[in-house]
Design a protein around this ligand. Structure first.
Ligand code: NAD
Length: 269
């Protein structure tokens, strides 16, 4: 049976990759595509926007209609869309695969509310490599984190609107949780001026925004006399799109709950 997929943010960089990934998947098809109301993509063919030729799916601006048309919704858009998308999924009883980063409190609580009614996969990064990186970072934190200065360094393209990246924050959280620290209290975002000496309990974040970098993350554990650097580099957005489509197939068969990519890959907590 083919999984019908509705894509929110279909005209964006990720949205177009997702249309392509869905159409490459013999077990899935594009059921609906949505983008920002009033945007120039609305009314155009989603396949043509993605450079795949006409698919007969017109980009709309109503998440409720899209959710009703699909078995699963995949949303890689902007936080402004999240609450309406969560409400649409709740009304139609559809699982949601959410890739949007930079969510605020209201959006996170809308996602948590939806997860009580349907399966929600929310991952800051849908690549298999970053999912593995997170597990390795936790292992390193357990072994040497307490005796190291930990810094998270990330680089992305010039169009990215939030910083640090959702993945960088997730990696910092993984270190903080493993070491029994609260990231909200120990995070230091960038440094400037007379900062004073570094406090070992802090976790530092450094952000680079330049050119067309798809996404790079390094977690640095620096002690006295040596350091360990764990790095992941994405070279194509296709890796996130393929992971999200895999998550959509998985979510379609799950009971309500909030899941992440580790659950999808069967890597456990
Ligand atoms: P983009 O700016 O190229 O695309 C965003 C799209 O969403 C645009 O087409 C825009 O018109 C549309 N949009 C804006 N408001 C909307 C609304 N209210 N309703 C419907 N559509 C709306 O951005 P992008 O590079 O494709 O990234 C999109 C999101 O995905 C960002 O939050 C980014 O950080 C995130 N992202 C996540 C992963 C991951 O693996 N989780 C990977 C890459 C990007």
């Amino acid at each position: 049976m083919s999984t019908a997929i509705a894509i929110v943010g279909a005209a964006g960089r990720m949205g177009r990759m997702l249309v392509d990934a869905v159409e490459h998947d013999a077990a899935a098809h594009l059921a609906a595509a949505v983008d920002r109301a009033g945007g120039e993509a609305v009314g155009r063919d989603a396949g043509e926007l993605a450079g795949r030729g006409r698919l007969g799916v017109t980009v709309g601006d109503d998440p409720a209609a899209a959710a009703a048309a699909g078995d699963v919704v995949i949303d890689f858009s902007l936080p402004e869309a999240t609450e309406a998308v969560a409400a649409a999924c709740a009304a139609a009883g559809r699982p949601l695969v959410l890739g949007t980063t930079g969510l605020g409190e209201a959006q996170r609580s809308a996602v948590a509310g939806l997860a009580e009614r349907t399966a929600v996969v929310h991952a800051a990064n849908y690549s298999t490599g970053v999912t593995l990186l997170t597990a390795l970072v936790e292992q390193a934190a357990r072994a040497i984190g307490a005796h190291s200065d930990v810094e998270v360094i990330e680089a992305h393209h010039r169009h990215k609107v939030d910083a640090p990246s959702g993945t960088a924050l997730r990696l910092g959280e993984a270190v903080a949780d493993t070491l029994g620290r609260d990231l909200a209290e120990c995070a230091v975002y960038g440094r400037e001026g007379r900062t004073g000496e570094r406090d070992r309990e802090t976790i530092g974040f450094e952000t680079i925004r330049a050119g067309d970098i798809v996404g790079e993350h390094t977690v640095l554990f620096a002690g006295d006399g040596e350091r360990v650097e764990l790095t992941h580099k994405a070279s194509s957005r296709g890796t996130f799109a393929a992971g999200a489509v895999r998550a959509a197939h998985w979510a379609a068969a799950q009971p309500p709950g909030l899941y992440d990519m580790r659950d999808v890959l069967g890597l456990g907590g």
